[in-house]
Design a protein around this ligand. Structure first.
Ligand SMILES: Nc1ncnc2c1ncn2[C@@H]1O[C@H](COP(=O)(O)OP(=O)(O)OP(=O)(O)O)[C@@H](O)[C@H]1O
Length: 195
């Protein structure tokens, strides 16, 4: 993996004319992780979207080295095709091959469901599929929005193992979550306020 880093400098977010947060500073290098916490509506997803470049900062800046993968709450997978085919679509865009898709499927215990249409997957299986796409991709910086939502105990352990392996390989992980997520030494970004 190429060198990765992520720096947030005085980052602020305004949505709907309301200041959600301001002055968020963060500096992550290869192997580091951060977890965004805070009440519903505080701005955790917004923070991830700012980092991904999907929102414009109200203040401050985001600087990063290494590609970003955003595993959001909505599974961005074609519902009408088999899971493996839906992941292959993204592998073509993200840059990956059949081996990477197999690795992603295996990491989230989805290999047996590879030929099942996406629309037939359960909520937890869809979440695992979203994570499999990120795992299969080449991005150094993973942004994970509520990655543990809907996961059973085995899938949660697999997610935590995938995060640890990614960090050991020089990747960076930023997760937004209400649930406990084992990430050794992760920096907490506590976002206050409530909607
Ligand atoms: N498109 C939008 N326009 C204006 N405001 C928005 C928009 N999308 C979200 N918001 C508001 O921004 C605030 C933060 O939303 P966000 O999804 O970032 O919170 P969150 O901390 O991730 O919440 P949760 O824990 O419920 O997932 C909320 O008050 C929400 O209503």
């Amino acid at each position: 993996m190429t060198a990765s880093s992520l720096i947030l400098d005085g980052l602020g977010c305004i949505r709907g004319g309301r200041v959600l947060f301001k002055g968020v500073d963060l500096s992550l290098d290869a192997g580091d992780a951060a977890v965004a916490t805070g009440p519903n509506g505080a701005g955790k997803t917004s923070l991830l979207r700012l980092i991904a470049g999907l929102l414009t900062p109200g203040a401050g800046s985001v600087t990063h080295q290494g590609a970003i993968a955003f595993a959001g709450m909505e599974p961005a997978l074609d519902r009408d095709v088999a899971l493996a085919k839906a992941l292959a679509y993204w592998a073509r865009i993200d840059g990956g091959g059949a081996g990477d898709i197999a690795r992603g499927l295996d990491a989230m215990a989805l290999t047996k469901l590879a030929e099942v249409p996406v629309r037939m997957l359960s909520a937890g299986q869809l979440k695992r599929a979203t994570l499999a796409r990120t795992i299969a991709g080449p991005a150094a910086i993973w942004l994970l929005d509520e990655p543990g939502n809907g996961l059973d105990r085995d899938a949660q352990a697999r997610l935590e193992a995938a995060i640890a392996a990614h960090r050991a390989a020089g990747g960076i992980v930023v997760a937004a979550t209400h649930q406990p997520l084992a990430m050794d030494g992760a920096v907490e970004i506590a976002i206050g306020g409530a909607a």
